[in-house]
Design a protein around this ligand. Structure first.
Ligand code: KG4
Ligand code: ZN
Length: 338
């Protein structure tokens, strides 16, 4: 079954064709990122306008790349939320038009869950049930996945999302947007033991909180910048300190993600942990999770980096699984913001 997936929940416009939920025939991603950079974050109005301009071309490209024609599409899957309202509307409207004109069924897909499904692309046959951690720019959640249509939330962030914290800390360090890859690069030559950062505790054991650590970085930078200027230190020291701050922050965040994910595995008595979302592209995090998992007797799975970030292949794949479970949406499919 050929599923055409559409993803427009944030700044990406992505269309993919995936066969039988696993075989990615194409995955075209266009991003409006460069238009947001100067604002230090995604501007919803710019994102949705670009998506409106791009969606038809991106779809055409994905169909061509897949080596099929529109007539060979059997199902249309689209992200119905959560995400930016105007952006989601562009994708949903386009999906409805396709579904209607091709007389093919339509399935709305939850964006966060589709990040988990990214692990099942590329023919990986992972066994249910498992614990899943989604770490993205908008979400940080732990789930227990019994089946693709039975997903239980175990915990979530009480304030900032993990990727959002990376973005904000990058801004404090004057690095640019999006912050995650920039922090990762800077941290490579930093000393993660130099500054003692830690994430705040939460009332519920499997929830997260990242706004405290972001503020701790802000205060640390403020206090030490003054010191640097007072002592007339060179720019080099400031760069070194930046690297150490980036490394220390990245370590503190990774530590808490590992601790809570493993706790969830213990409580749910599973040895399988699946991770997804933009932050899962972080090499340091992947390495630390894998080595800690080995010690704990847990097996950790990550999607390939291409499928960590927002993409339509995961939407098509997850849509296929939901359709097999009997989910079909009508033309009244609406945006689901939560
Ligand atoms: O999943 P995603 O593409 O979009 C959302 O659904 O939000 O995630 C984007 C987030 C951004 O906050 C970005 O800074 C973060 O993922 N990110 C990273 C890395 N690459 C992207 N964070 C840490 N390290 C990375 N290498
Ligand atoms: Zn995402």
């Amino acid at each position: 079954m050929n599923v055409l997936g559409i993803e427009t929940s944030c700044d990406e416009t992505s269309v993919a064709v995936v066969q039988d939920g696993r075989r990615v025939l194409s995955n075209t991603v266009a991003s409006s990122l460069r238009f947001h950079k100067k604002y230090g974050g995604v501007i919803p109005e710019i994102a949705s306008r670009m998506q409106l301009e791009l969606i038809a071309q991106v779809a055409e490209h994905a169909i061509q790349e897949a080596g099929i024609t529109l007539k060979k599409v059997d199902l249309v899957a689209v992200t119905s939320g959560p995400g930016l309202l105007g952006s989601l509307f562009v994708g949903i409207s386009f999906a409805k038009a396709l579904s209607l004109s091709l007389s093919r069924p339509l399935v709305g897909v939850n964006h966060v869950y589709s990040h988990i499904y990214a692990n099942f692309l590329e023919s990986r046959n992972l066994k249910l049930p498992f614990v899943a951690l989604v770490v993205s720019g908008g979400h940080t959640s732990l789930f227990y996945v019994e089946d693709f249509h039975k997903i239980l939330t175990l915990g979530q962030t009480q304030d900032d999302a993990c990727g959002e914290a990376f973005d904000k800390v990058a801004k404090i360090l004057g690095l640019g947007y999006p912050g995650g890859p920039l922090i990762e690069r800077l941290a490579q030559r930093g000393d993660s033991k130099k500054v003692k950062f830690s994430c705040s505790g939460t009332d519920r054991k499997m929830d997260f909180s990242f706004s405290g650590i972001k503020t701790a970085v802000l205060y640390y930078v403020r206090d030490n910048t003054r010191h640097i200027y007072k002592e007339c230190e060179s720019q080099t020291l400031s760069c070194e300190l930046k690297r150490d701050i980036a490394a220390s922050f990245q370590k503190a965040v990774t530590d808490v993600l590992i601790k809570k994910s493993f706790l969830a595995c213990r409580l749910k008595k599973t040895k399988t942990l699946i991770i997804g979302g933009g932050v899962a592209a972080n090499s340091y995090l992947r390495e630390k999770f894998n080595s800690a998992a080995k010690e704990a007797g847990i097996t950790c799975y990550f999607p390939s980096k291409e499928f960590c970030l927002d993409n339509a292949a995961m939407v098509a794949g997850f849509g296929y699984q939901l359709f097999r479970k009997g989910k079909v949406d009508g033309l009244d499919l609406n945006v689901e913001l939560n």
